[in-house]
Design a protein around this ligand. Structure first.
Ligand SMILES: Cc1cc2nc3c(=O)[nH]c(=O)nc-3n(C[C@H](O)[C@H](O)[C@H](O)COP(=O)(O)O)c2cc1C
Ligand code: SF4
Ligand code: SF4
Length: 362
């Protein structure tokens, strides 16, 4: 029997962004399958990209974009990358890893929101042809929000997903077209949460960037600084300082050898609560004598200004917070009141390290 695998593609280029390894491993599984079809492959990290080289493509090229879902959208760095990606005519596939969970014996999927639609739209407008898309549930890495999953839950999720990726890749390489039924099942819900995705992209991500700090155990090894995909950690007075460009990708918190990076729950929650009590927006509008009028549009403008002011105040408050952390007992107070101090961290198990920014660490 002739079991030679034949594909319309002769080369595959995978651009990926990963925080904690899920999207990297997903890309590697796709590449493993491509090799069975004799497809030549390249795997390219978009970490810290500045200029994008136009890939050499023809009608036998497939380009994959693989990235985590952040705030019901593609991770902002990948969105920026796709926005700046040169125009072309090759086939493209979108794979967004999502945060899956498992409690007892039940698996809970993540939610894409616009993490597929938006990259698809941008690429279609650039002339590319959509060959497929896959929302891909791997263990959730959002450990500012919940404890990292147990090893057994992680293994159960990973084992299920690996097979799913192989089947998807087979269809993609064989037929030049592969969509997952989940794309259509989730579509109404994904579209319904567009306002939340917009809120995350325009405001919430900047606030989340200002929730990280290093506890007193930090030994200034600067691993976090060197590995950050967006160069968002600076050292100020010998201590890491997170700038608003942080993507909350969770890489730094998952790799810190001293486990000293924490999410400052006891800083951000009271701050946001206080800001919600004070009618700051109304005062600002009053001072500048700005009238927004009535109706939905006026409400929208007021909310927009409100969130803008909240972000600016959070950025300013974080500066003060960072200074206060130099005082040992204040640092200890925030450390012991940060939930991440007690929660498991997450990183994809047994990562094979091909990413130059991951390379030196493990
Ligand atoms: C800030 C942040 C936001 C997230 N938002 C979502 C989301 O909207 N939907 C979802 O399914 N998963 C979400 N997740 C979970 C990740 O997308 C998921 O764990 C992903 O597989 C991580 O991939 P990585 O290890 O390659 O970074 C979020 C994670 C973080 C850290
Ligand atoms: S990786 Fe951890 S210990 Fe090293 S500088 Fe960053 S916060 Fe400090
Ligand atoms: S600072 Fe940490 S969480 Fe933020 S983008 Fe860099 S590595 Fe990711």
């Amino acid at each position: 029997m002739n079991d030679k695998k034949i594909s319309k593609y002769k080369n595959l280029i995978v651009y990926y962004f990963t925080g904690t390894g899920n999207a990297l491993k997903t890309s590697e599984w796709l590449i493993e399958k491509a090799k069975e079809y004799g497809i030549s492959t390249s795997l390219i990290s978009i970490d810290r990209f500045e200029k994008i080289e136009k890939p050499v493509t023809n009608n036998e090229t497939l380009i994959a974009f693989c990235f985590p879902t952040h705030g019901f959208n593609a991770a902002p760095l990948m969105l920026k990358f796709i926005r700046k990606f040169p125009k072309g005519k090759a086939d493209v596939v979108i794979i967004n890893t999502r945060g899956g969970l498992k409690f007892k014996k039940i698996f809970f999927p993540g939610l894409s929101g616009v993490a597929q639609f938006l990259p698809m739209l941008l690429l279609l407008l650039k002339g590319y042809r959509m060959a497929g898309s896959l929302p891909f549930d791997l263990p959730s890495n959002w450990i500012s929000l919940h404890p990292g999953l147990t090893d057994s839950a992680i293994n159960d999720i990973v084992n299920r997903r690996k097979e799913q990726m192989y089947k998807f890749a087979d269809r993609l390489f064989r037929n030049g077209r592969a969509y997952n039924y989940k794309f259509f099942v989730y579509m109404p819900l994904d579209l319904a949460i567009i306002p939340i995705a917009a809120g995350y992209y325009l405001f919430a991500r900047f606030i989340l960037a200002k929730t990280f700090y290093a506890s007193a155990d930090c030994n200034d090894c600067r691993l976090c600084v060197n590995q950050c995909p967006t160069k968002s950690i600076k050292i100020i007075n010998g201590r890491p300082f997170w700038s608003y460009t942080c993507e909350s990708c969770m890489r730094c918190i998952s790799i810190c050898p001293k486990k000293s990076i924490q999410t400052a729950h006891s800083f951000i929650i009271p701050l946001l609560y206080l800001l919600s009590l004070i009618p700051i927006t109304a005062s600002v509008l009053n001072i500048f004598n700005i009238k927004t009028g009535d109706g939905v549009l006026a409400e929208l403008i007021t909310s927009f200004i409100n969130w803008g002011i909240t972000v600016l105040i959070t950025i300013a408050a974080y500066r003060i917070f960072s200074h206060l952390l130099k005082i040992k007992f204040i640092n200890k107070f925030f450390e012991y009141t940060s939930l991440t101090r007690y929660w498991r961290r997450y990183r994809f198990p047994d990562l094979t390290l091909t990413n130059k920014y991951f390379n030196s660490i493990f």
